[in-house]
Ligand binder design. Sequence first.
Ligand code: GLC
Length: 737
Amino acid sequence: MPTPHEIVARLTLEEKASLLSGQDFWHTQAIEGVAESVMLTDGPHGLRKQGGAGDHLGIGDSRPATCFPPAVALAASFDVDLVHEVGARIAAEARAEDVAVVLGPGINLKRSPLCGRNFEYFSEDPWLSGAMGRAWVEGVQSGGVGASLKHFAVNNQETDRLRVSADVDERPLRELYLRAFEHVVTHAAPWTVMCSYNRINGVHASQNHWLLSTVLREEWGYRGLVVSDWGAVKDRIAALRAGLDLEMPGNGGVTDAELVAAVAAGRLDEAELDRAAARVVELVRRVPRPGTETRSLSEIHAENHAAAREIAARCVVLLRNEPVDDTPLLPLAPDQRVALIGEFARSPRYQGAGSSRINPTRLEDALSELSALHADVGFAGDDLTEAVALARDADVAVVFLGLPAEAESEGFDRTTLALPADQIALLEAVLAVQPRTVVVFSGGGVVTLPFASRVPAIVGGFLLGQASGGALADVLTGRVNPSGRLAETMPLRLTDTPAYLDFPGERGHIRYSEGVFVGYRWYDARELDVAFPFGHGLSYTTFDHDDLLVSGDPNGFTVKVLVTNTGTRSGRDVVQVYVGKPGSQLARAPRELAGVAIVDLEPGESTVAEVRIPTSALAAWFTGRGWAVEDGEYHVAVGSSSRDLYGHTHVSIAGDDLREPLHLESTIAEVLADPVAGPLVAAGLADAAGSDGADDVEGVGQMMLSFPIGRVVKMAGGGVSLDDIQALLDAANAERR
Ligand code: GLC
């Protein structure tokens, strides 16, 4: 079979150019006998396949598909196997619907909780975002369908998203905003990568050669296809040169003609088109022929809906469950009279708005599902008087609060973390008559919970997809023991958040002034209290953790901890391992998530949870040098959240030699620290100090430590020559090799 390059070599210039933009809104260009037209469509938490013209804003309708929990909830599972399963299930529907690429996952970091699209992203942490994104890509692609890793890169807000420049220093760029992309590209090889709308340090991602070629292809070895976000290409010729292969959506051949004209005028090398066209051909050839799928689409939908309910229940985060009269309010007791309050209990908020809006095959609401599981359930929507009366006469009130659909979406950011005032008023009125109150929160972005200390139980439902009602009913009744963990910190105040003073930027620029301190890294470094920390989540059972053990080896270390279910019901524990580098030569957060282990235990059962941390996970970005691992002691903390740390230990790591070669601009301090040059220079300084009666070396040295040695020699005038010093430094450098 001819290679894609051989196929492309036979095409005319016009045919090559025609492959480099869409045939229409969702399909690649067909060329008879060369390449079929294949469909790329959204994603990520289900299939959004439109007939006809289509749109990328979730306005037009789409074919029914299973709406799984969006990323905000999936990440709360901390469970890569669960996310892989979701990917595989979406792929089954995509294959049945003849879709070649599902546009997802979205793995941009949650830099500010105000970002309107945070519902579609996984986490504030790059390790968790990478793990979740990789699992989703591997799941989808295991089903013979391509993924489109997005939005590459630094797309952390919706405000002015097609033009704004994310101005970010190299270290946070590498360690945070590119880290998850690097993990997914190098481990899961997504068929496509979607460039983002925004600029990065002034250059549009769609024509950012450093991003799309130097980093993505040359450094990370990516061999797939780069597709634009819909409408992200500003300059088609610059974009092609930068490494952007396919412009979407189609534009009737306008930009194809620009490419042809540029080649004809000698302004563009035809080889640039050959390279991109070969990738389009390669993509089309990856699409499996209609497979051996025996199930009908309706059978796939039925199976996927049942699975969606179990998956969603795994994503629910039990934030608080304080005893009232010595008994936790949750799970609900079977004989209790329950007052279900709030419109979200009847009309669930289960996904976000915009290009990811799925037309669900079914929709479960909590009222119906709880009524099917629990004998005595009363309901009141937002009529306050009715709600108060119902709550007063009940044994327990369950109040559904959250962000209305119009409060958060792709395309715009929030300006507040507060819940709507009418919901707060409803809750206060219920609390006044019924202290035994549970709050269930629905929303894609975190909110402030000023009432948290006065509400005995709080359930973080976030957005759980079409089976959200059933999943919440399963958790409220105890059919499922919640095990979700926060993938994003819930702050006490918006003003505490890392991006607060920058967000959403000004005059086309957003400064990432917090550097590497995003999410819990910020709150921990600043020792700020938070409402609920990253990684937090309770269970209906309890766990003990003992016998923490860390064993190192040349490639990293393994953390082991004995976990025991000390409660009365089975449950899942999520063991989190955080690593810090005391005394680092870089500004670092106290601790960073480096791995997790999930254990499912029966009452009384114990097991050893094991987390493998490769040395590479400890690497930091040294500007001017690249990735490197600092030598020495690392602090290892194990816990149930970034703040609830039940085990602490240390591990010694043989890192990289980070010493820079000595030269005349090396400071006195740097030279004194060198085992060869140090003693000789110290002696010279002592002599110099002794001869003219100046203060002792320490006194002189303390002031001079930051002076480059060459400058000191010149200032000293005579005595020692620059050549002598250079020879000494050369000898010291030679000793290191
Ligand atoms: C949208 C989104 C992107 C989506 C694409 C197609 O604008 O930014 O995530 O996949 O266009 O709908």
